[in-house]
Design a protein around this ligand. Sequence first.
Ligand code: NAP
Length: 277
Amino acid sequence: MAERAFICGHPIEHSRSPLIHTHWLREFRIDGVYERRDVPPEAFADFVGALADEGYVGGNVTIPHKEHAYSLVQRRDDAAEAIGAVNTLWFDDGVLFGGNTDAYGFAANLDATEPAWTESGTATVLGAGGAARAVVHALLTRGLREIRIVNRTLSRARALADRFPGRTSHHGWEALPELLSDTGLLVNTTSLGMGDPTAAVLDLGPLPKSAIVADIVYVPLQTPLLKEAAQRGLRTVDGLGMLLHQAVPGFERWFGIRPEVTSALRDAVIADLQEKQ
Ligand code: NAP
């Protein structure tokens, strides 16, 4: 019988995860399926409770269920513990595990595109939502010296810095020009400019010429921030790689083979993004 995995969210029709996992299932000729499940918040606990009976080997969890999944699993990996959210579920000896592969995906994408990124020293992170938690965790575990969290709502930036005390600090948007002047790695995790290529962008003038600018938003792929950075001759990293790399550990757990993020996979997802934009 085919192995079954899923992505569960609400809404879920926009998710590219089925495209990614089906690409790998075909590549390795695995008799498996990866299904899209639209589950509203009030039905999520029952959905998770029925996974084993439904024959699932595991799956992904996305908005708005990542924190609820954290509270429902029996065991969690270190990343999920630190981030407070679960995006990957699997069974081990009948026990339901929850992991978080977003931090891994973020770091693996930078490893693949800018291998010296961990020597950036000081990072500035725009945004303090769920994705920013994964990014800050990745930056800390990969040894960045200092992490500044900048957010429109200062209280959320403070809460995120408090969650990871020590090398983090929190700031309002107005502090950016000064913060940028000694930033080695700038990461955007806000939905600012998402789907709106004409949206106003930051003035990246103060950034050192050696800085790397990464955006985790991938619709559009070339965000206004990345365009502005490229025009200034800065190195840029787009958000699609994070999405592709975060899928690797889940696929390996469910189907037993560690897949690779290839240019063929990337091209297939880009074609889909262009078709449905
Ligand atoms: P979230 O929890 O809703 O957080 C959104 C963040 O964006 C908050 O910091 C919010 O600031 C900020 N923001 C929204 N509109 C803004 C505006 N007009 N001006 C300034 N700041 C604004 O969302 P999330 O889950 O962190 O996701 C953020 C983005 O990351 C989404 O676009 C998502 O698609 C992307 N993402 C990508 C990947 C990937 O694999 N590449 C993975 C996860 C997420 P306030 O706190 O002030 O509201």
